[in-house]
Design a protein around this ligand. Sequence first.
Ligand code: AMP
Length: 262
Amino acid sequence: MLYSVRMRAAQGGAHEAGGRHISGAERLVGHELLTSTAAAMIRRALSHSRGAADYINFTVETVLTENLREANCLPIMSVEVPDAARGRSAALAALIQGGVTPAAAAAGIEKLACLTGSMRGAMLIDAQTGERLDSFADRGVRVSRMDVVDEQAYLCWLRRQGYSGAHIREAVVLASKVMAAPGVLAELCWSDDPDYTAGYVATPAGYTRFTRLKPLGSSVGGRVFFVGKNADLEELIYYLEQQPVLVKVPAGGEARSDAVSD
Ligand code: AMP
């Protein structure tokens, strides 16, 4: 048995009452990690670069082992870009390469770029037309109930490739769950952390990180999931929100000692 531990924090009251989203976190952990995971999530909500939360919603639920599914971790590629404009052009090309139409890829980037405040979830967008498919407005669809099969193996696998920071550690797990979803062609993300300018495009072929997808200091970020034409939206949203998924990395290799914090 595992525990699904979920946190979402806001400032100015609950999200539902108009509070500004500060931070969220999702883990699937064993009994021995439950209290330390919960404490780390509360610390994160109270000391986030987006501000201190005054509302924290915290949920702990048991997950039966027989309900768990596994997904393969996406391979990571990194692309150095000089600024956000060129990062977004490169992201557009990666989305098109992943099967999203040029119009839908441009619409997805535009929808993220036009947000005035951060959502706490993702927009579902039609990968052909670029139309918004979900009806969750500013909330979006929040992907929950995911983690890695073996945390040490995962951290080691990341370090071998030069990554050691929390952003990429969490994002690769989320993207790996999302790319194993029925009907999702690609994902686009940039962070709502004002100090973190990198973002990524994920497709089932891999996670491509671009060093700049937004200007430094911007605290508006978000995610877009591009959905293929025959997808069953209800089934997809159920999978994203409810299906517990553990992500596994390829075995073997030593960690690098010069890993960058990212
Ligand atoms: P972050 O990568 O944590 O900085 O989050 C950037 C944006 O991605 C947030 O503002 C949300 O819109 C979205 N997001 C964060 N976590 C999730 C999640 N678990 N599921 C769906 N969207 C998320």
